[in-house]
Design a protein around this ligand. Sequence first.
Ligand code: MV4
Length: 448
Amino acid sequence: MIGKILIANRGEVALRILRACREMGIETVAVHSTADASAMHVRLADESVCIGPPPARDSYLNTAAILSAAEISGAEAVHPGYGFLAENADFAQMVEDHGLVFIGPTPEHIALMGDKIVAKRTAVELGLPVVPGSEGPVDDEPAARRAAERLGYPVLIKAVAGGGGRGMSLVEGPAGLGDALRMARNEARLGFGDDRVYLEKFLARPRHIEVQVLADQHGNAVHLGERDCTLQRRHQKVVEEAPSPVLGARERARIGEQVAAAMRRLGYRGLGTVEFLWQDGDFYFIEMNTRLQVEHPVTEMVTGIDLVREQVRVAAGKPLGFSQDAVRFTGHAVEWRITAEDPQTLTPRAGTVTAYHAPGGPGVRVDSALYAGYAVPPHYDSLIAKLIIHDVDREMCLRRSERALAETVIDGVPTNIPLLRRILADEAFERSDYDTNWLGRLLAAAAT
Ligand code: MV4
């Protein structure tokens, strides 16, 4: 087994990984920027190493400094968490080249899923349903026109190097295609250094449903059900839940089995999430994430499985300790992402937390690195806490959510808690009927 793990991340996810390590008797090495010298992940780790100045590119993305930290601390493995280097195939390769274990999939699988066209082609080969679209990138306007006529308008132009909603452009009809194509190309070149784009049939009212999978290095793979992440703002997830309110047990088992079988065929190892759009009872693959995800706790709550522990076990070469039959889904879980943001502009806000009270009681989990006196740095993601609520069913879970959000105290920096409580008070949300208008507004804003 692995004796010491370097955690190449910060904030709540660094703490999350630390907790799993502690329970497994594994020593931890924290890395931090100068801005994070008094951060909780540094304080709780067995050892810590400063890896650079505040900007992420000089610290949490500084691969040389991170590998040096692993070297001098005698770490045997690196856990990347999410964001930063988690889906950087070159980093995963460097970690392995240094004789360390990368806690994640192979560099090849990370690279494969990082290219959205290759990922989609792979999904087709693995028998997963995909959104109808152009086969590969469209090279010029005539090719785009032919693809769009075949698919039928409206169509979406997506950047090959995009993902997570970045580099998408909606085309309502043939008149707008030429300009949209040129603009999308330009933006893709500027944003990703790769101007290739492809077309997809536009789904007007989809839900975002993602399937969690776990695979070992011995050919075993299980699915751990799905998460419904339809509630997003500017492609940032705000609320996630498990199970999806729109799926029944039979649909869940069916898509889950399909995904697990696909991962077996791919020879995938580690934790992964296969993202689908879901509309009118049908699933359409959009992309695969080759990392632990922010919203993983809702899956942990309904399955009782510690995903980080399993990640470490399979990275160490252990076979899965349970079969698909042993995976049981109990109750309902919702995650509320609390961010430090300006209530007017909804943009990130830094500042010092003067008072902090985390909610408690049955079915309440808080993943956060906050403490009273903590200064939220301006350099990183605005996520400061995740409230994960579990109860017997969705209705009770929402009531418990309101109770827990109401007793959360974070003074000194403005947060989105009022916004979360407004969502919770919304009847459409209560009925789980919250995709259409919201998505329409979002896409209209993204398209201008
Ligand atoms: C789409 C789509 C409609 N049709 N693809 C957004 C994130 C990225 N992973 C894929 N996304 C979308 N792809 C087709 N063919 C609508 C979205 C989309 C979306 C999807 C799920 C949840 C929220 C969303 C918000 C905006 C756009």
